[in-house]
Design a protein around this ligand. Structure first.
Ligand code: ADP
Ligand code: MG
Length: 326
């Protein structure tokens, strides 16, 4: 199967119609119209097989995740998704693999009415690069730099599930024994393979959050980026960190906490807002389909500290995931 047959397969199976796409896949470049009064938020993420996902991840899940991690960056900016490009590097022209991959990608693209408008298809070690484009009124974009001393710190959803899912995959015997634990095990693995970008929550935070980031490298590291950009520090209350029922049931406290603070791959939003606005914000987020939790506060002293129930600092697990670090 040749390159052009693969491109046609991708085009046909990821068809989302948008009026602002004046010219999509098939020419030398796409032609796209930006709505008046908005700026374009652009973000790129690459997934390398064996590094960003286990080599035996299903192609459907690889397709989903490659778009989801990109959309998570748009969510963190408070942007509405519009378009994407897809650079696919494949070991071979495997029609079955590409078909399942693009079905996973398209499932999420349809959910957010995002059009795939172009890309590139090459041969080599399996690597997927997606670039997403979204719209946001310039003065409403959520940024990392606006946290104030006294702000409350929040996070959407639950933390540590994806990292626990990865641990489950590495140890096939873990929690596989009975139907109840096997279902929780599957739920954690699902959070690793099929993260849900918090787009609606990002939109809801426009004009209300003072700073925002998506949690991809672990809460402590990503909140650290907000603190650094804002020239402040943060305290997190250990007991407030949200955990899913599966994470809570399958892991001990000492196994769970490092994954919640530094596991990575969560794709939740961490944000700060004026403490007085917390109650309204939390109830609106709960109604949006993904509740958030108030987990701490912004302070003047630089750095991120995690406090136990009696207010004493606990040692942080190693900093978030970094390439080229060892
Ligand atoms: P060119 O040689 O002009 O760069 P290509 O042969 O690479 O063109 O691509 C032809 C068309 O198919 C272009 O519109 C390009 O954007 C699109 N395309 C190529 N690969 C992909 C892909 N993986 N996903 C989506 N569109 C693609
Ligand atoms: Mg090309």
């Amino acid at each position: 199967m040749a390159e052009f047959d693969l491109i046609e397969l991708i085009r046909a199976r990821c068809a989302v119609t948008r009026e602002d796409v004046r010219l999509g896949i098939g020419d030398d470049a796409a032609l796209l119209a930006v709505p008046a009064g908005q700026v374009v938020a652009v973000s790129t993420d690459t997934l390398v097989s064996g590094i960003h996902f286990p080599k035996d991840t299903s192609p459907h899940d690889v397709g989903w995740k490659s778009l989801a991690v990109n959309l998570s960056d748009l969510a963190a900016m408070g942007a509405t998704p519009a378009w994407a490009t897809l650079a696919l590097t494949l070991p071979q022209a495997d029609r079955g693999w590409v078909g399942a991959f693009i079905d996973g990608f398209a499932a999420l693209a349809r959910e957010f009415k995002l059009a795939l408008v172009g890309g590139d298809t090459t041969q080599g070690p399996l690597t997927i690069t997606v670039t997403v484009h979204g719209f946001v009124p310039e003065n409403l974009a959520l940024r990392r730099h606006g946290a104030h001393v006294g702000d409350a710190v929040f996070v959407t959803g639950t933390l540590g599930d994806a990292a626990a899912g990865l641990r489950m995959l590495r140890d096939p015997a873990l929690a596989a024994g009975n139907p109840a634990t096997a279902a929780m095990r599957a739920a954690l693995i699902d959070r690793l393979d099929r993260p849900m970008p918090r787009i609606a929550q990002g939109l809801l935070l426009r004009g209300r959050a003072r700073s925002c980031i998506d949690v991809s490298d672990g809460l402590a590291a990503d909140l650290g980026h907000i603190c650094q950009a804002s020239g402040v520090g943060a305290e997190i209350d250990l007991a407030k960190l949200p955990a899913s029922p599966a994470l809570f049931s399958l892991l001990s406290d000492s196994e769970r906490v490092p994954l919640q603070l530094a596991g990575g791959d969560d794709y939740e939003l961490c944000f700060t807002a004026e403490a007085a606005a917390a109650d309204d914000l939390l109830s609106d987020l709960a109604r949006s389909g993904c509740a958030a939790t108030r987990i701490g506060r912004i302070v003047a002293e630089a750095g991120v500290r995690v406090l136990d129930a009696s207010g004493h600092p606990v040692e942080l697990p190693r900093a978030g995931w970094q390439h080229f670090s060892s």
